[in-house]
Design a protein. Sequence first.
Length: 217
Amino acid sequence: MGKLQVLLADDHAIVRDGLKQILAETDDLSVVGEAANGIEVVHMVRSRAWDLLVLDISMPGRSGLDLIRLVKDEQPGLPILVLSMHQEEQYAVRALHAGAAGYVTKESDCELLLHAMRRVAHGGVYVSEKVAELMARALRPIGTVLPHTLLSDREYQVFGMLVQGHGLTEIATELSLSVKTISTHKTRILQKMEMGNLSELVRYAIAHHLVDPGDLY
């Protein structure tokens, strides 16, 4: 049996090179294609069949969650494993709901990553104990869920950028939206989370590990 054909999508060449080296030492996994942004991911997915897509959720060209949905629309049977610098609290549940079959952080060791890749490639699902707990919490009655889980994917994306210190104009440019649209998102975020200002959002994000302290500026 030949090696599983892996499409690796990450905007950092050093990460791709490291993963290629790791997989080169296995008997069953091989990186056959690479993509450095969302546009390249779509092109590569359409170009041929793959056994597994390993996807960084934060790449230029398209929102990671939107990209997962687009890939699943194009290739419903393609297993997706998200490999992200973001901790599970930040995006894991949303990525799984979007269609990913697993979520692993870049802090994970090689053996765990290979285990997750094999499991997902063979039709399984990989979630850590922490992610399983987060998913269980998301099933609680509406009155007991955390406020940030009520946000839409776009609102959550804007929320994440706001608490990291990005201004409305900067966010609008990054997401190719109008400043007015971003302002509307901000208003809805504050309303849904029942908070009065950005400072409260930042404190909430830090308290619930939804932002990496090193990302704040």
